[in-house]
Design a protein around this ligand. Structure first.
Ligand code: SAH
Ligand code: SF4
Length: 450
């Protein structure tokens, strides 16, 4: 298979952009990448690009947080709950609104992870806040940086109650003009899509709203994306605008199976006086939990992406087994009724390109026919292999011919550039046990990529 031009494109994008992109870094990295596309060099590359946090020049001294959450976190509470938290430490009723505003500003505009930074909050309240609540970020188990600038963090969150600490992957994808954070909603997944690495990991638990918001805040902190913070030297970030400008709920897990937590977290992420990400720049991807789709539109109001991947029920039953419960026709009906759907607010249909499985021209034509009348974008995702995966990525020529049919039907630039494949950060490669990946398995996966 010809290597998709993605990495070259990413590099070219990176090199074109302005001061914040370190062109030399990217060019050097890409040259290194071209040489390193075999296992020996790849291991070296991974060692070079994936230092442990303590070795990494960006790694800062930080409170890693206790591995048991003894105090509740203030991150992830909506304003009324934050008010209740303040009441619980005896802040008088008449101050609640003002103190809530102050905390909100410190947590989400300034990114304060330490109560002592909150200088306009009285010392007495700061002391009570410190005793009653935590501001800790998750422990950063690892931070890997791909040659294309993509970053992947393995975050460890403390146990909740009797459970164990959980490891969660979050990925940052810098591009010209935007920086996208791919956020996880669950540890593992109950669904078992056969092409997805996360699908091989049993569900451990849903992530709390606090843990979802924490991924965003910690990533921004690591990137120096808060006022008075510095971006690490050599980091690949957009040349202008916000470093994290977009959120996609496309990490580990099915977000509509963790609806309340995701809803709270996305309300906080899109709050105009806080993290302030426009709902147009937040996309929630679902495998097709039909009964929750309406609520996603009416109660969260973000952009929707559907993991379609097949145009016939018999094949989709195999690839995305939730299809047996909610077949394609029901799924598309729910899409047609998605609140706010319009040509300006289209649904993205994701279609993973699996060699010899779903990549024929007839299927491309059927795809276009199936989506007729739905304001839609189509995203063809070259399959990202993982150790032991039962599929191969379609040949690049095949993807291009498939894309041509889709293009001719009026859908622009439908191929999604795979990013961060060298650090297993691309779509569907996430699984929190990656640090235990055996060299042999990695070798096999890399052979498939080559
Ligand atoms: N559970 C949600 C969101 C997480 S998966 C969902 O299924 O939509 C995010 C996207 O990555 C989905 O479109 C998913 O189908 C796709 N994906 C999963 N495994 C993949 C792989 N190995 N290669 C390419 N895309 C993959
Ligand atoms: Fe779960 Fe989505 Fe992976 Fe399917 S594709 S197993 S729903 S994370």
């Amino acid at each position: 298979m010809r290597q998709p031009s993605s990495l070259n494109k990413a590099g070219a994008d990176a090199c074109r952009s302005g001061t914040r992109y370190d062109g030399t870094f990217v060019r050097r990295a890409l040259a290194k990448f071209a040489k390193a596309w075999h296992i020996g060099a790849m291991v070296t590359l991974l060692q070079n690009t994936a230092p442990t946090p303590s070795e990494h020049p960006d790694a800062r001294e930080r409170p890693s947080g206790s591995l048991t959450a003894d105090r509740p976190s203030l991150l992830g509470l909506e304003r009324p709950a934050l008010g209740d938290a303040l009441r619980s430490i005896d802040v008088p009723d008449r101050q609640i609104k003002m103190r809530t505003q102050q905390l909100w500003h410190w947590l989400y505009v300034r990114g304060a992870g330490d109560v002592d930074r909150m200088t306009n909050v009285s010392k007495a309240i700061r002391d009570r806040l410190r005793d009653g609540f935590t501001f800790d970020r998750p422990e950063i188990v690892s931070e890997q940086i791909s040659v294309d600038g993509t970053r992947k963090w393995l975050f460890r969150f403390p146990s909740r109650g009797a459970g164990r600490p959980v490891d969660v992957e979050t990925v940052y994808i810098p591009e010209e003009g935007r920086g996208t954070l791919c956020v996880s909603s669950q540890v593992g997944c109950t669904l078992t899509c056969t092409f997805c690495h996360t699908g091989t990991q049993r569900l451990v638990r849903n992530l709390t709203a606090s843990e979802i918001v924490s991924q965003i805040v910690t990533a921004r902190e690591r990137l120096g994306d808060f006022p008075d913070a510095e971006t690490p030297a050599g980091a690949v970030v957009p040349s202008e605008g916000r470093l994290v400008s977009n959120i996609v709920m496309m990490g580990m897990g099915e977000p509509l199976y963790s609806f309340d937590n995701v809803k709270t977290a996305l309300h906080i992420a899109s709050d105009g006086e806080g993290l302030s990400l426009s709902k147009r720049r937040i996309t929630l991807s679902t495998s097709g939990v039909v009964p929750m789709i309406e609520r996603c539109g009416s109660e969260i109001g973000v952009m929707l992406a559907i993991s379609l991947h097949a145009v016939r029920d018999d094949l989709r039953d195999l690839l995305v087994p939730i299809n047996k419960k909610y077949p394609i026709a029901d799924l598309l009906d729910a899409c047609r009724a998605y609140p706010g759907l319009s040509n300006a607010k289209r649904i993205t249909f994701e279609y993973v390109m699996l060699k010899g499985v779903n990549d024929s021209l007839a299927e491309a034509r059927d795809l276009v026919r199936l989506l007729k009348g739905i304001p839609a974008k189509i995203n063809l995702i070259p399959f990202n292999p993982w150790p032991g995966s039962p599929y191969e990525c379609s040949d690049w020529e095949k993807i291009e011919t498939f894309a041509e049919v889709v293009n001719r039907a009026g859908y622009a630039s439908p191929i999604r550039t795979p990013r961060g494949r060298d650090i297993f950060a691309a779509c569907g490669q996430l699984k929190s046990a990656t640090e235990r990946m055996k060299i042999r398995d990695r070798e096999k996966a890399e052979e498939q990529l080559a």
